[in-house]
Write a protein that binds this ligand. Structure first.
Ligand code: 5GP
Ligand code: ZN
Length: 124
């Protein structure tokens, strides 16, 4: 399969790994949005988060916590953003979680809370 993360996992493409076990790997993002930007990637190829089974979800959750502590301590920061892109914003179609130490996103909403609430609670 022509998947860049599978190639990283099987060693065809080098990466800067900071954690690895039998089910998952954590490596530094090649084009970071902030210092210390890392990705948690399950070794099995799941396209997106909807394919993940319960066992791997729990496993990734544990890694998320461990890596958050490690990155915050080592980089001496007191904030962490943990995110996942889905749909058009997910460029690499092998599910992964972004760990973004000290990352502050400054976006402003376009609609009021009431406006969005009306949309969300309306019948499909
Ligand atoms: P997405 O938009 O799919 O959530 O983000 C994919 C991320 O993977 C991007 O932040 C991008 O910089 C990173 N990335 C893409 N190709 C490589 C690669 O070959 N090596 C590493 N380390 N990161 C990559
Ligand atoms: Zn893959």
């Amino acid at each position: 399969m022509d998947c860049i993360f599978c190639k990283i996992i099987n060693g065809e493409i080098p990466s800067k790994k900071i954690y690895e076990d039998d089910k998952a790997i954590v490596f530094m993002d090649i084009n970071p949005n902030i210092d210390g930007h890392c990705l948690i990637v399950p070794k099995k190829h799941y396209t997106d988060f909807k394919e993940l089974d319960d066992e791997i979800i729990l496993h990734i959750e544990k890694i998320k916590r461990e890596m958050t502590d490690k990155l915050m301590k080592k980089l001496n920061v007191n904030a962490m953003t943990i995110s996942m892109n889905y749909g058009e914003s997910q460029i690499v179609k092998h599910v992964h979680i972004h760990l973004l130490p000290n990352f502050i996103v400054k976006m402003k909403p376009e609609k009021s809370v009431d406006e969005v609430y009306e949309i969300l609670k309306s019948e499909d």
